[in-house]
Design a protein around this ligand. Sequence first.
Ligand SMILES: NC(=O)c1ccc[n+]([C@@H]2O[C@H](COP(=O)([O-])OP(=O)(O)OC[C@H]3O[C@@H](n4cnc5c(N)ncnc54)[C@H](OP(=O)(O)O)[C@@H]3O)[C@@H](O)[C@H]2O)c1
Length: 366
Amino acid sequence: MSTATIQERTTRTSQANPLPKTMKAVVLHRFGNPDVLQFEEIDTPQPKPGYIVIKILAAGLNRLDHFLREGSVMPNLPLPHILGVDAVGEVVALGEGVTNVQIGERVIPAAGFTLNEKDDKNRPLAGSPSFVVPGVHIRGSYAQYMEVPARWTVKDDTGLSPAEAATLPVVLGTSVRAVKQVGEVKAGNKVLVTAGASGSGSMHIQIAKALGAQVAATVRDGVKGDFVKTLGADLVINTRKEDVVERVKAWSGGQGADVAIDNVGGSELAKTIEAVRPFGLVVAYGFTAGAEATINVRNFFFTQKQLRGTIFADPEDLRWGLEQVRTGRIKAALDRIFPLNRAAEAHRLLADNQVKGNFVLLPWEE
Ligand SMILES: NC(=O)c1ccc[n+]([C@@H]2O[C@H](COP(=O)([O-])OP(=O)(O)OC[C@H]3O[C@@H](n4cnc5c(N)ncnc54)[C@H](OP(=O)(O)O)[C@@H]3O)[C@@H](O)[C@H]2O)c1
């Protein structure tokens, strides 16, 4: 039997929209500044058994993409590579054996999943040997088409535009995990969120508010201060002008925050720990200000605080977050959209910290 016949028998595509042979994509051939992102024509993926191909409707950007592009995390990433964890797409081809999704459905691929089905029940899922993240371990969403395992997509019933929905998968799932599961935030808690206007911070604020907490958020300029207020922040601290520890203590009756979600790390982590009350909890989530931090160990254990790390999310985290989106308690924080061929420009602005919420790429050129 010819390869073409096998392909016909096993891959089902829409009659109206058969998969084109080639597609446009943003390809990373070498690490470096944003200009290394090349807009190119490459082969369209074909779905393996158990996989689907989606036509990308929108692809979200994250700080992780910036770290991967510059080669500062995963310097051994095999190149060429296609970045992009976040996607929303329309199902256009089904691999052999796929029955849980239909051609034409709009779906959101999970922002991390297992390749081996025997790992699917592991929790945390990210601890599984076959756990991969699209745009990191396999090809991502900076393209017109993307191949994903059918069992790791959820139907997009958010009611949002594709661009809004594409801001969600990474920041929503991982923030639910950080705030609700690892941070154990409860109604009435006072929660500090650092870099509140970042993609992640904008979700941390909204999730803490959805859980009934009060939130203090740090920013470094007035425009971002106004933005975090629209997300529900009760106290805004501009760390270029104000001392975060003093402001949080004054806000919390002299005690400090019950929980802090730290997006920033580096030289800022010690201040975040100091801004938390005795027995309070700090969740280390990001390292935008640097991967290494110095803390006063004596003060830390004398006050019996806890420092916990978190990475990625379980399907239940994303499900809970999407439910909050559907009921309107959490909103997508879409900043700007860029055509796919201007991915480098979006990366330049992200590197320059000129993002509030998330940027999104739409799959056409301009
Ligand atoms: N644990 C997880 O599962 C997980 C998931 C997603 C992301 N992350 C991590 O979370 C961090 C944020 O990611 P993101 O995509 O939300 O970032 P983002 O949207 O690019 O925002 C980062 C923001 O951090 C602030 N910032 C940058 N340098 C700073 C510094 N030196 N000191 C203080 N603030 C600084 C800037 O905001 P201002 O100008 O307002 O200060 C900047 O816009 C990254 O480290 C990322 O790797 C972790």
